[in-house]
Each structure stands twice: as structure tokens, then as C-alpha cells.
Design a protein around this ligand. Structure first.
Ligand code: PLP
Length: 556
């Protein structure tokens, strides 16, 4: 008899919270039927994740957000239990999972979230079961030691220091090569926190910015503001960090990009000269290079940025949340050349390390730089202890390092390099296919595995290049509407998902252009699937064309 046969939903009898039941919930399922229901669902999750997700979760189910909001509007916590564990698991799998998004589908090519190797679920489960808190050694012991080791492994991947350096620092309680964070946002925030404090350290009569705050720091250093320079394609987490650190997000200064979406080096130089001429009113806290911009995947010229920072004694941060793992590819590692000169580097675990949500990391070239954000308390995190909470922005933290450490052993850098190369090469082939189709325009050529394109028939493109500024704008507005609608219709149809963004292309097209943004990281996404996606978009376009006045006017 299968577990399906054994299990029937628990009848509606009143459930009561009592001490014995409570204690049992710490130890085991309530009965054999509950155990069977857990096994029924956990087995396919643990051993056949891909087919499980395909069966249970479409890319999306056709239910409006309004309808969902109406379904989930209860604000009451019942005093006694509402459901048994088996019923809750059944709800999660049968009712909720199908309404979530199947990010594991190879047709889901719209975001930096994708399928993960099936064993990640096992590793995550073990980490949850161990429930270590790596804020301090007393709740983690060997796990904190392993965390330091895995941080050193990734540090070595980035900075390639010699063996003596790692012998000295891998387990040194006084130095820190990096830190796990909740994600890229907090990794960037940590980098800028350190850079800010390093820019306004304690000196005679001044206790440092961390201690006395921004206003006193400005007074002590005779400046009026602290600024950070980054390409205008910088992730919005940098603005959050600037706000949070008291610098003001308007002091995150956006620098224009070239036609390949890389930060314009001449503009950076010009901006730094301009700032230096303002009579010392502004202190440059950091310059940020991006190794894989969120929208187009472009990599800034990191070596040139490092040189500028070196000449001007500015903290150089690289946001490699996306592109960092490219370092593991022998074939494409050169794309992120110059990252080794960065004072700090952000890398996300839950992006191209294919870890489950959520995991970010921040690394520092100088193992003592995190001293600028060290905090101690009397009950933990005492000076000289291995307590990792001394220098982390977060307090309590899960043992993500165990997942990364185990995964590096299972995959090897070669395994990751195969994934990276598949993504980059499939993106290049996809770009070539887009170029071949007369209804599409490739907008950004992929450097990594991200590309953008739009529906723009070749005759319209021709017209655009010759049009006056106002005509350009008119055509472009109509194209934007078509692309916006196509993306929405495709998303709502629920078979595939490509995201959408808006890029600034003033000279060429008279304004902002709406594009499809495609991120290829699922190893099961191939050219057959990508062709199906383009076919689907072309079909939607034809329908819009047949039914839409504005499109016909545009083409006339
Ligand atoms: C370049 C870049 N930096 C930072 C982030 C923020 O990362 P997270 O969402 O993990 O906080 C992202 C997210 O997409 C990103 O693409």
C-alpha cells in the first residue's frame, strides 16, 4: 500500500495545544500517517527535484495578484493549532507551490534566480537541522572554523595571494579575509561601511565616524560630504547603502557608460578632478566597478578603475555579485581581470554559485580592513576570539559556509566552469539567433550570460536610424508599448518567462527603450527552448499587430 492510500486529510476535529503534543513536535511526526505524508512529498523533493517542480509548479498559474491577496487576508493567529503538520505540508505542496514561480524551469530565463543542483536541498536541510548560529563559536564550534577556511578558498580564487599569506590568515582570529552575508545588498553595504570608516578614521580629538557620526566626521576632516562613484548601471543596493550609511543616496554619483554599457573611464577621471577642485568639500569614499551589471551583464574595465583608485588613494570596490564565479572558468576568467586589485569584492552565493536563497559574501584584500567595523560585547565576540559576529553586519547567521564548502567539493571549479561556459556560450548563440530574425533587434551583445533584445522589425529599425528626433521618439514609444505588452502577455500565458527592463539610448532612439532581459544560467536551457521562446514572442507580436492600431500606424 502506498502512502497515498494511507493518508486521508485529518477530519475537522478541534486541535488542542498541550504540553505533550508540543514536546512531540520537537522530536517526530505525530503518527504513521503524518510520517507517510512527509515521505510522500519529501522523497521527490530530495531525489527528483526537477521533475517534481515541473509537475507541481508551472512557471506561474493563472491567478491574479488581486485574487491571491483576497485569499490571504487573514490577520488572526489561532490560540489552538489550526492544522496538523501533514495537512500543512499538503497545503504547501498542493496549493501554494503551484502558485509560486517555477524558477527551476529551463523556460524561466528572466532573472538571476534559477534551478539549483538537487543536492542543495539536502545540504540546506542538514544546515537547518544542525541549526548552528555562526555569530559565535559557542553555538557553532567547527562550523566557524570551516567558514574561515571556505572564505580563504574564495579569497584565493579572487586575489591569488601566495601560500604563506593563506597559512598566516586562514585561521587567524585577528584577521578577516571576508564574511558571509545575507546577499549582495548586505555585502555591498558591508564594503561601503568599511570604506566609509576607513575614510574617516579616529585621529587626535576625534573618535572616528563609526563612533561620532557623520556630522562630527565632516567637522574633524573639514569636508561637507562623502561621495561614491559608480556607473549609472550600478545596482540599487548601492543607493540603499549610501542612504543607510548616512552619506545620502544622492551622493552616490552615477557615471555614464559607453556603448558597451561599461563605465566611461574618461568620465570617472573627469569627475574625480572636478571633485578635487571643489576646495576639499567632498571626500571620495569609494569607486565601484561592476563585474556583471544587473541589466546587461557588462563588466567594467576593472584594471583601469584600479589604477585610478591607486593614483588617488580611493577604496576600490568591485560588485561581482553576478560575475564573480566567472573566475572559475579557464576560458572566460579573463573577463573579470583586474578584480584582484579591488580592496573589496562582493560575490553572491545564491547567484552563480547556484546556492539556495540566500547567501552573499564580501571579501577584503587587506585582512585587517574589517577592523573598521569590529564590535565586541561582554557576553560574546570578545577580542581575540574566533567569533565571526565580531565583524559581521548581521548578528545571528545560518551556516551557509557548510553549503558552499560541500558544494565546492562536489562540483570542483571545473564543474562550475562548465556551468559558466554553458551560460556564456548559449547566450552568444541566442544573440546570433536574435540577429537572424527580422522581427527582433539585439540591443546588448552578451559579455557574460545576460543579453537584451526587443521586438523591432528590421524595416522599422531602418526607419528609426534615419528619422528626425521627434519621429524617433514617436516610433520608439510605440515599440516600447509593443514590447511591454508582449512581455506581459507571455508572462501571463505562463509557459516561459523573460524579464523586461528599460535602457537609455537617447542618441540612437530618442529616449528610453523597453527591452527583454534574458539571463541564461539554467544548464537545461538550450537553443530549442530559446527558439520556442522567440517563436512565442513573434506570435504575440503578430497578434498585437493585427489587432493594434498604434502598431499598424507605426509600420505605415
Ligand atoms: C550586480 C548586483 N549587485 C548586487 C545585487 C544585490 O544582490 P541581492 O539581491 O543578493 O541582495 C544584485 C542583485 O541582482 C546585482 O545584480
Amino acid at each position: 500500500m502506498t502512502s497515498d492510500d494511507q493518508y486521508t486529510p485529518h477530519p475537522k476535529k478541534e486541535l488542542v495545544a498541550d504540553w505533550n503534543t508540543l514536546i512531540r513536535t520537537f522530536l517526530k511526526p505525530e503518527d504513521e500517517a503524518s510520517r507517510n505524508i512527509l515521505l510522500k512529498y519529501m522523497e521527490p523533493i530530495l531525489f527528483g527535484l526537477h521533475s517534481f517542480l515541473n509537475k507541481h509548479v508551472g512557471i506561474t498559474e493563472e491567478v491574479s495578484l488581486k485574487e491571491l491577496a483576497a485569499r490571504y487576508n487573514s490577520t488572526h493567529i489561532s490560540a489552538n493549532p489550526e492544522k496538523k503538520l501533514a495537512d500543512v505540508i499538503t497545503d504547501l505542496i498542493e496549493d501554494i507551490a503551484p502558485l509560486a514561480v517555477n524558477v527551476a524551469s529551463p523556460y524561466f530565463i528572466g532573472h538571476m534566480t534559477s534551478a539549483i543542483p538537487f543536492f542543495m536541498v539536502h545540504l540546506k536541510t542538514i544546515v537547518a537541522a544542525l541549526n548552528q548560529n555562526v555569530v559565535k563559536l559557542e553555538t557553532s564550534k567547527v562550523v566557524s572554523i570551516i567558514e574561515k577556511q571556505v572564505l580563504a578558498k574564495i579569497h584565493r580564487l579572487i586575489y591569488k595571494k601566495d601560500q604563506a599569506f593563506y597559512d598566516e590568515h586562514v585561521q587567524n582570529p585577528y584577521t578577516t579575509l571576508g564574511c558571509f552575508t545575507d546577499g549582495g545588498t548586505l555585502a555591498n553595504t558591508t564594503a561601503l561601511w568599511v570604506a566609509r570608516n576607513a575614510a574617516f578614521p579616529p585621529k587626535d580629538g576625534f573618535g572616528g565616524i563609526e563612533n561620532e557620526g557623520f556630522h562630527s566626521a565632516c567637522r574633524a576632516y573639514g569636508v561637507e560630504r562623502g561621495v561614491i562613484l559608480v556607473s549609472r548601471l550600478g545596482h540599487y543596493s548601492l543607493r540603499k547603502a549610501s542612504g543607510l550609511l548616512g552619506l545620502g543616496n544622492q551622493n552616490l554619483i552615477p557615471i555614464d557608460v559607453d556603448d558597451k554599457n561599461k563605465v566611461d573611464i574618461d568620465e570617472i577621471r573627469a569627475k574625480i578632478s572636478e571633485i578635487k577642485k571643489d576646495g576639499g568639500k567632498s571626500k571620495i569614499i569609494a569607486v565601484i566597478g561592476i563585474a556583471g551589471t544587473t541589466e546587461t551583464g557588462a563588466i567594467d574595465p576593472l584594471t583601469a578603475l584600479a589604477e585610478i583608485c591607486g593614483e588617488n588613494h580611493i577604496h576600490f570596490h568591485v560588485d561581482a555579485a553576478w560575475g564573480g564565479p566567472t573566475l572559475m572558468s579557464e576560458k572566460y576568467g579573463h573577463l573579470v581581470e583586474g578584480i584582484e586589485f579591488a580592496d573589496s569584492v562582493t560575490i553572491d552565493g545564491h547567484k552563480q554559485f547556484y546556492m539556495p536563497m540566500t547567501c552573499g559574501m564580501i571579501y577584503f584584500k587587506n585582512p585587517t580592513l574589517m577592523e573598521h567595523v569590529a564590535y565586541h560585547s561582554r557576553y560574546v565576540n570578545r577580542p581575540g576570539s574566533v567569533d565571526l559576529g565580531i565583524k559581521s553586519l548581521a548578528g545571528s547567521r545560518e551556516a551557509n559556509s557548510l553549503i558552499l564548502d560541500s558544494t565546492l567539493k562536489i562540483m570542483g571549479s571545473k564543474g562550475y566552469s562548465l556551468l559558466i561556459e554553458h551560460g556564456i556560450e548559449t547566450a552568444k548563440n541566442f544573440a546570433a539567433e536574435i540577429r537572424k530574425r527580422r522581427n527582433f533587434q539585439l540591443v546588448t551583445q552578451p559579455e557574460l550570460n545576460i543579453l537584451t533584445y526587443r521586438l523591432c522589425p528590421s524595416d522599422i529599425l531602418e526607419k528609426l536610424t534615419q528619422a528626425s528626433v521627434s519621429e524617433k521618439q514617436r516610433i520608439n514609444d510605440a515599440l516600447n508599448e509593443i514590447n511591454r505588452n508582449t512581455q506581459r502577455i507571455e508572462r501571463e500565458a505562463g509557459k516561459s518567462f523573460v524579464s523586461r527592463t528599460t535602457l537609455t539610448r537617447k542618441e540612437a532612439y530618442g529616449g528610453e527603450i523597453v527591452v527583454f532581459r534574458c539571463v541564461i544560467m539554467n544548464p537545461m536551457t538550450d537553443m530549442n527552448i530559446l527558439n520556442e521562446i522567440l517563436d512565442e514572442q513573434e506570435n504575440i507580436f503578430r497578434e498585437i499587430f493585427e489587432n493594434g492600431d498604434s502598431v499598424r500606424r507605426l509600420l505605415s
